[in-house]
Each structure stands twice: as structure tokens, then as C-alpha cells.
Design a protein around this ligand. Structure first.
Ligand SMILES: Nc1ncnc2c1ncn2[C@@H]1O[C@H](COP(=O)(O)OP(=O)(O)O)[C@@H](O)[C@H]1O
Ligand SMILES: [Mg+2]
Length: 375
């Protein structure tokens, strides 16, 4: 951008060779040969040398273009004209080559700069659009959360009141129906909550309400909750606990992690299968040393259907289910493990699975040990 020349600018003597250099050339010739040479531009304007050199008598050319005219007077005028012509030819050739290189470079910069500017503007527009969409999505979710939960809360409230007989006596059959209504409404509320939890994860709004708690206690209470439904299908849940299990974490979220893993273990295990739950100390991540990264581990084993190698990587993704027909067969949304993973990681832990199709799965979730418990 220095000189602002374009590639197709005409070749001009006055531009390519500074007047000072032309004058020096004329003086040098005068000194050497004793004659005067004058240099004119194509229109006849004198650029260097004295008027006494006379009228122009020779044309200067470069690459087929008229560059200027020369005049000479005195002894050896012919020789002087030849020398000046050759010298100017060389000077113009080099100056023009330099100018072309600069102009080419400048042109390239201009193109690149233009492309960058355009690219930038496109990006800027895309970012604004995304921000707008993100805002719309957040608004939409907040509104939906309210709009879906409010009527559902009423459905649950009125169904509970009826079940309690507040609207008059309830027959056994009516009570059964009400129980079903309440169960399904609860399920729907769980689904809405899970979807909202996942979307708040996506917007990065995950905060933990931390306190010191015994993982073993949380696990024992969740196992007790699942025992009856497992028992009805002939599945026994075995609970083992060894060592200290105090971690610092969010009780509600940890309970949700345990509940997700347990519900999957029971759900994907055929009748009369086995589910084992263990709370123990071990490494924070698979393959890590216990001492280097002490953690409390929650291990949930089942003798269920297992997960094939190519599906394992996907089960922690939102809405993923190995067999989408399982939504109908087993219920669920494919959000349980997504939330469990996010919650475990928010606590500084890890979650992974060891599984063999047809034999069963072992899920391990780890939580960093409380500082004063760490070995
Ligand atoms: N213990 C398990 N045994 C076999 N498959 C499992 C197990 N846990 C999870 N999966 C697979 O991972 C998928 C995702 O699990 P999850 O996120 O809890 O969703 P959901 O339970 O709602 O289907 C399940 O649909 C199932 O295909
Ligand atoms: Mg699940």
C-alpha cells in the first residue's frame, strides 16, 4: 500500500528515476566527454541538463513505450547520447522491476485483506445469529419449564386430593386409576426436569450445593428404594461397602447419579438376574494409581444385556439409547447417563463402564476423596 501503484501504470521516466539521479548523470557525462546532454519527457518538458544542449534529437524507449527524448551539443555528442541511452535503459529497467514487484505484493495483500474482511463480516453475522438463537432457546426453555410444570402440578395435586378422599369416597378401582395417573404424572415431571437439566448443562448453568456426606448412606437409601421393584422381578440387589466414604458434594445430584446407575442396572437385567452395588476406595480414573489419585468409587454391576463395543462410546450422549424401541419396552429418555456424567465430572470425578454383551455391565463413578481422608 506504500506507493499505491497499479500493475498496469504507464512507465514514466520522471517517476522511475529521481530528478537528482538524472542531473548527476548529465553532470558525469559533461565531466567525462565535455559535452552537454539534456533529458526531456515525451511531451518535451526538460527533466535534466541545460537548455543549451539544444532541441531533442533522439527518442528514448523502454519495452516499446516512449520514455522521453534526449538532446546533445558539443564534441562527442553521439557517444554521449549512446551512453545516456544505455544508462537510462538500465536504471529504468531496474526501477520498473522493483515497482512491479511492489505492486504485485500490494495487489496480493489487497486481495487477502478483502477476503479476510468479507470472511470476518460473515462470521460476525453468524455469531450474532447464534447469540440470538441461544437467547431464544433460553427464553423458550424457561417459558416451557413454567408452562409445562404448572398444569402438571395441578394434575398431581387434584389427583392426590381425590385419592385421599377429599372429594368423597373413592372405590378400589378409582383408587387404582388414581395411582396410575399419579405414577404417569410423576414420570412426566421427571422427564421435564431431566430435559431442563440437560439444557441448563448446555448453557453452562450447573452449580453444586456442596456439603460433606457419606456416599455409603446415599447409596444404601437408594438401594432400599429400588429393592421392591427389583424384588418383583426376582432380582436381588447386593450392597457392599468398605472403608470411609465421605465425599464433599451435592447430595441431590449424587443421589441422582446413584439412582440413574441403579435404575439402568435393574432395567437392563433380565428377571432373576443379579445386581451388585459397592462403595469402596480406589483410583479416581481407570488405570490411575490409588495413592496418586485417591477416590471413593461407586461400582454398579449387573448381569444384564451388556453394551456392544461400538455403542459404548455413545451411551453418555443426550437422548442416546442403544435400542430406541427400549423407550417403549423399558421407559427412559436416554438422558440418565448424560446427566450422571455431567454431575460426576462437576464433582471432579470420572465415570466409565466395563461391559460384555450378553454377560453384563459394570459402571464405575468416582469422587475425589475429601482432602483429610486422602492417603
Ligand atoms: N446397565 C446397562 N446395561 C445395558 N445397557 C445400558 C445400561 N445402562 C445404560 N445402558 C444403555 O445406555 C442407554 C442410555 O442410558 P440412559 O442415559 O440411562 O438412558 P435411559 O435409561 O433413559 O434409556 C440405555 O438406553 C441403554 O441402551
Ligand atoms: Mg437410565
Amino acid at each position: 500500500m506504500s506507493r499505491g501503484r497499479k500493475l498496469d501504470d504507464p512507465i514514466e521516466l520522471a517517476r522511475l528515476v529521481p530528478p537528482g539521479e538524472l542531473e548527476e548523470l548529465v553532470q558525469a557525462i559533461h565531466k567525462a566527454l565535455g559535452c552537454w546532454v539534456a533529458i526531456h519527457d515525451p511531451s518535451g518538458r526538460r527533466l535534466a541538463g541545460p537548455a543549451s544542449a539544444g532541441a531533442p534529437c533522439r527518442t528514448l524507449e523502454h519495452e516499446g513505450e516512449r520514455l522521453g527524448q534526449l538532446a546533445a551539443s558539443g564534441p562527442q555528442a553521439e557517444l554521449a547520447l549512446g551512453l545516456v541511452t544505455d544508462t537510462l535503459g538500465l536504471l529504468v529497467h531496474h526501477a520498473h522491476a522493483r515497482e512491479l514487484a511492489a505492486a504485485t505484493h500490494e495487489e496480493a495483500m489487497r486481495v487477502t485483506f478483502g477476503e479476510l474482511t468479507e470472511h470476518n463480516q460473515r462470521l460476525q453475522r453468524a455469531v450474532s445469529r447464534l447469540e440470538e438463537l441461544d437467547r431464544l432457546k433460553s427464553n423458550f426453555l424457561a417459558t416451557m419449564s413454567h408452562e409445562l410444570r404448572t398444569p402438571l402440578t395441578s394434575v398431581i395435586g387434584y389427583a392426590e386430593m381425590m385419592a385421599e378422599g377429599l372429594a368423597g369416597p373413592v372405590s378400589t378401582e378409582q383408587r387404582d386409576y388414581l395411582t396410575t395417573i399419579l405414577g404417569k404424572a410423576d414420570q412426566l415431571l421427571g422427564l421435564i426436569t431431566a430435559v431442563l437439566d440437560v439444557s441448563s448443562l448446555e448453557t453452562g448453568h450447573l452449580s453444586l450445593d456442596r456439603s460433606a456426606l457419606s456416599l455409603a448412606d446415599v447409596v444404601a437409601s437408594e438401594v432400599a428404594t429400588f429393592q421392591p421393584q427389583a424384588g418383583r422381578r426376582g432380582i436381588s440387589i447386593q450392597l457392599d461397602q468398605s472403608g470411609e466414604s465421605v465425599v464433599v458434594g451435592d447430595r441431590k445430584k449424587i443421589r441422582q447419579i446413584v439412582s440413574s446407575l441403579l435404575s439402568n442396572a435393574v432395567k437392563f437385567t433380565p428377571d432373576h438376574g443379579r445386581v451388585g452395588v459397592e462403595v469402596r476406595q480406589g483410583p479416581l480414573a481407570p488405570g490411575a494409581e490409588v495413592v496418586a489419585a485417591g477416590a471413593v468409587q461407586l461400582v454398579v454391576r449387573d448381569s444384564g444385556i451388556g453394551i456392544s463395543r461400538d455403542q459404548v462410546a455413545k451411551i453418555f450422549e443426550p437422548f442416546f439409547q442403544v435400542d430406541s424401541s427400549s423407550t417403549r419396552a423399558f421407559g427412559g429418555t436416554g438422558l440418565g447417563l448424560t446427566l450422571a456424567k455431567a454431575y460426576v465430572e462437576a464433582h471432579g470425578g470420572r465415570i466409565w463402564v466395563d461391559t460384555t454383551p450378553g454377560q453384563g455391565s459394570t459402571f464405575v463413578a468416582t469422587f475425589p476423596m475429601r482432602q483429610d481422608e486422602a492417603p
